[in-house]
Design a protein. Structure first.
Length: 166
């Protein structure tokens, strides 16, 4: 359940603007920006297919960027996807270190079938949690078999992974 870092290789991005970003995408690359910890934003190009696979199914992916012999640990903050084709257009990463805690929104997943003749309603699809960077859960699971009709499950009722606070 812990967030294991995925390594992606990249290159420094020297040309900026709409035209150069489009050219990079035609060449199978994704423009990305890394910001945080009071540093100037840095711009890179990553291979699109590897980036798409790394970010698939994990909104809070922890990534190690390998650029020019340097390794940078980052957390995914925003992913812009193509509206029709299955492609990544741009990614914003936040610079992090392994020892810090971050606040992220984690998806809520309902496990099991509700009791007969009842339905379950999810008021919040995501839950804001504070967790160590290396222990961000991919999803918060709520087990509903045996829960009676009319029962409300609050955040305080959910068992969170160790080190994670809501």
């Amino acid at each position: 359940m812990a967030n294991k870092a995925i390594t992606l290789k990249g290159t420094d991005r020297t040309n900026f603007g709409k035209g150069s970003a489009r050219q990079a995408r035609r060449n199978g690359q994704v423009p990305v920006v890394v910001y945080g910890h009071g540093t100037e934003p840095r711009h890179f190009l990553l291979e699109e297919h590897a980036t798409r696979l790394a970010l698939r199914g994990n909104e809070n992916a922890l990534v190690e960027l390998a650029v020019d012999g340097e390794t940078i640990l980052v957390l995914t903050k925003d992913v812009q996807r193509h509206p029709i084709r299955p492609g990544v257009q741009h990614v914003d990463f936040q610079l992090v270190n392994r020892n810090e805690r971050v606040e992220v929104e984690v998806p809520v997943t309902v496990i099991g079938e509700p009791v007969a003749s009842t339905i379950h309603m999810v008021e919040a699809a995501h839950l804001l949690v504070s967790a160590p960077v290396i222990s961000i859960p991919e999803a918060i699971e709520i087990d509903i078999p045996g829960v009676e009709a009319g029962t409300t499950i609050r955040v305080s009722d959910i068992t969170l992974p160790e080190g994670v606070e809501a």
